[in-house]
Design a binder for this molecule. Structure first.
Ligand SMILES: C[S@@+](CC[C@H](N)C(=O)[O-])C[C@H]1O[C@@H](n2cnc3c(N)ncnc32)[C@H](O)[C@@H]1O
Length: 212
């Protein structure tokens, strides 16, 4: 993606203002169409593939870099994929604006930026307040799917999701408590980062939590 910044600071002042908009459902989709959402989609290879595999579903890619949102919209229009839409969000600021209650079947948080330096850890996106928002937006039986190539990042995400302090949300590890999901990509689509990770022969640390 030429001319597009690789990273933005999600805690920067410019990104603190609430400006995410509700996602509008394309009219041609059934009112009860299932909804899949990729959080922090970048070039959104996962979303493009998923939308092609499931033309009956609404697939939504959300991203903090607005240029990337615009590029993805242009690509979806050029490729004629009407069930794929994109929107701006800062996951830690205005995710609550994007969907109403019980509107989403699956959230996919794939390969979030690892923010290795300790002083940058606070920029990591999966925190208890985001879990609460996602929980509200999930339908009963819905799922939060997480993957990372960085073990420490995946373990931290698991620690957030297994924390007794958020047990009341009812998110249950689809494997067993405190365990990673084993096996291939469970949704038929893979993100660009997942392709790169596998090509390097590295492991994907995956988590799946369902709303029971
Ligand atoms: C490493 S990329 C992963 C892209 C894709 N999901 C994949 O697996 O190939 C992480 C993306 O999350 C976006 N991002 C980082 N912080 C965010 C935030 N607070 N809200 C929304 N998007 C964010 C970044 O701009 C970047 O595009």
């Amino acid at each position: 993606m030429r001319g597009v910044r690789q990273h933005v600071n999600p805690l920067g002042l410019a990104f603190m203002r609430v400006r995410a908009r509700p996602i509008e459902r394309p009219r041609q989709l059934a009112a009860d169409a299932q909804v899949d959402v990729e959080l922090g989609c970048a070039d959104a290879d996962f979303s493009f593939e998923l939308a092609r595999l499931h033309p009956e579903r609404l697939v939504v890619g959300l991203e903090i870099r607005e240029k990337v949102v615009a590029m993805n919209r242009a690509r979806a229009a050029a490729e004629g994929i009407p069930n794929l839409v994109f929107g701006y969000v800062n996951l830690n600021v205005d995710m609550d604006q994007v969907f109403g209650e019980a509107a989403v079947d699956r959230f996919h948080l794939l390969f979030p930026d690892p923010w290795f330096k300790e002083r940058h850890h606070k920029r990591r996106v999966l925190e208890p307040s985001l879990c609460e928002v996602l929980r509200r937006q999930l339908r009963p039986g819905g799922e939060l799917h997480f993957a990372s190539d960085v073990y420490e990042v995946a373990l931290e995400a698991m620690a957030v999701l297994e924390d007794p302090a958020i047990a009341h949300l009812g998110l249950r590890n689809l494997g067993a408590p405190w365990s990673f999901w084993r096996g291939e990509a469970p949704f038929g689509a893979v993100s660009r980062r997942e392709v790169i990770t596998r090509r390097r022969g590295q492991r994907v640390w995956r988590l799946r939590y369902v709303l029971s």
